[in-house]
Write a protein that binds this ligand. Structure first.
Ligand SMILES: Cc1cc2nc3c(=O)[nH]c(=O)nc-3n(C[C@H](O)[C@H](O)[C@H](O)COP(=O)(O)OP(=O)(O)OC[C@H]3O[C@@H](n4cnc5c(N)ncnc54)[C@H](O)[C@@H]3O)c2cc1C
Length: 445
């Protein structure tokens, strides 16, 4: 019976949780998520909840809970960091009518918590928290070792389907590349990010900042090699700020270091040439609360699939945050896996059928996710221009777009790009592709 196949998922991030929930909803009964963290204390930061993500979460039954504390964005304002002058303005009110869901922004903990609660509501999904996976072997029945954090003995696991949703540092990807004789590893993008959350209480004495917290805007302040993006979350009780700047504070750090406890003065120094309001904003961050993330990427992989194993999310397409699509794409991966691996489609349960299904997943997902990786990098380059001809042209393009002529240089805000990103229903596309590829659902499978 296909619904009793043993599905092992490495990683309880957005990709792993979405895949588990989608597979449970499709009828699978034996799904285990292995996660090295002992509890899922989700990172405290904001996240954009794009309509393509919302469409899937709604189908999975967890959107209402997540949307309840999120904030709907009515517009976005792109401003010069040094002067606070508005370069571009894009109305986002049309998004809901056109794509069925508004563009929302929320708390990462709500998004992850909504997916986690969804999984906990499915008896098919079991959690092996505090278990680090290693020694992955591929083939028709993948195997790996799991080491409990509590000092328990390392044990062997065999499964029928293995999904490596273990993030940008993915051990599954490293093992897969090695076994296939391929090269490649995660590499520095040269950029790093501060993530900051200011509460209403913290900004209560600053009228300008309060106005931003009370707005329905996503605001981006741009400058040479850096920018700040900010928006209100948690029913407008928190102003969420995320930055991107050169990763100079990681100089000399080992390659594997992804975060560092940053210094407030280094952060302020980085944005020293931005306007006084930004100085006041950064000044409110409590000393000792500054954490900086190194933003790492990976060249496109030759394949995401080997035998009965597939990679998911940042493990196979780590994306710079400039399109706000990394988690959305990981969730799309999970939703598509729910379609192609549905028990009715892989009813014979043979490793060949499973591999066929995973190849369909890869065929649909790889071009889209990788196009977004490139778009995010391109948008970053356009936002981070320094003085010169290219910047002048960019700012003219912003001005023209305001008058309804041409495209907004910030790809995230461009209506044609949004049509591609928000307008694509990957679940509908997966159903269509399965039919075209002969992976047909069988009744009473
Ligand atoms: C600054 C910033 C802002 C962003 N903003 C947005 C945004 O607005 N919108 C958006 O959609 N995306 C955004 N993203 C991207 C998004 O956060 C990621 O793409 C997404 O979280 C990736 O999810 P994932 O499940 O693939 O990986 P992860 O969330 O990294 O999860 C991987 C999990 O695997 C576990 N794991 C790893 N190795 C092992 C192992 N060997 N054994 C067991 N467990 C293991 C880890 O503990 C982790 O829990 C942003 C990213 C950054 C850095």
């Amino acid at each position: 019976m296909a619904d009793t196949l043993r599905i092992a998922i490495v990683g309880a991030g957005m990709g792993g949780l979405a895949a588990a929930l989608a597979l449970a909803k499709s009828g699978h009964k034996n799904i285990t998520i292995y996660e090295n963290a002992t509890n899922l204390g989700f990172v405290g930061a904001g996240i954009q909840l794009a309509p393509n993500m919302a469409r899937i979460l709604d189908k999975l039954g967890c959107w209402q809970q997540i949307a309840a504390e999120a904030v709907q964005c009515a517009n976005t304002s792109i401003r010069e960091g040094s002067s606070d002058k508005e370069l571009g303005y894009v109305d986002l009110e049309y998004v809901k009518e056109k794509y069925g869901y508004p563009h929302m922004v929320g708390h990462r903990a709500s998004l992850a918590g909504g997916l986690y609660d969804g999984c906990k509501g499915e008896s098919a999904v079991k959690f092996a928290l505090g278990n680090t996976i290693s020694d992955i072997r591929f083939g028709p029945k993948p195997t790996f070792k799991a080491t409990p954090a509590d000092g328990g003995e390392t044990y062997d696991v065999e499964c029928d389907i293995l999904l490596g949703a273990d993030g940008v540092k993915s051990s599954t990807r490293v093992a897969m590349l090695q076994e296939l004789g391929l090269t490649g590893s995660a590499k520095d993008s040269g950029q790093a990010a501060y993530r900051i959350m200011l509460t209403r209480e913290q900004i209560k004495d600053d009228a300008e900042l309060l106005k931003l917290l009370d707005s329905d805007s996503v605001t981006r302040w741009i400058g040479e090699k850096k920018h700040i993006i900010a928006y209100p979350i948690h029913n407008k009780t928190i102003y969420n700020i995320s930055t991107a700047q050169p990763d100079i504070n990681f100089a000399g750090a080992p390659d594997a270091q992804y975060t560092t406890r940053g210094s407030k003065s280094a952060m302020k120094q980085t944005y020293d040439d931005f306007c006084p309001m930004i100085h006041r904003m950064l000044d409110l961050v409590p000393e000792g609360d500054v954490v900086e993330w190194k933003l790492r990427v990976h060249d496109p992989l030759d394949t995401w699939v080997h035998g009965s194993t597939a990679l998911v999310g940042d493990a196979c397409h780590p994306t710079l945050p400039h399109m706000a699509q990394g988690a959305a794409q990981a969730i799309e991966d999970g939703a598509v896996l729910g379609v192609v691996l549905s028990p009715s489609r892989i009813s014979g349960s043979s490793p060949e059928t499973i591999n066929h299904a995973l190849r369909i997943y890869e065929k649909l997902r790889k071009p889209r996710a990788e196009a977004l990786v490139e778009l995010a990098a391109e948008s970053g380059r356009a936002m981070h221009l320094g003085a010169g001809k290219a910047k002048e042209e960019r700012d003219k393009a912003f001005a023209a777009a305001r008058s309804g002529l041409g495209k907004v240089p910030d790809k995230w805000a461009d209506a044609d790009v949004q049509a591609q990103v928000y307008g694509t229903d990957v679940v509908a596309e997966a159903l269509k592709l399965c039919e075209e590829e002969g992976l047909v659902a069988k009744l009473n499978a």
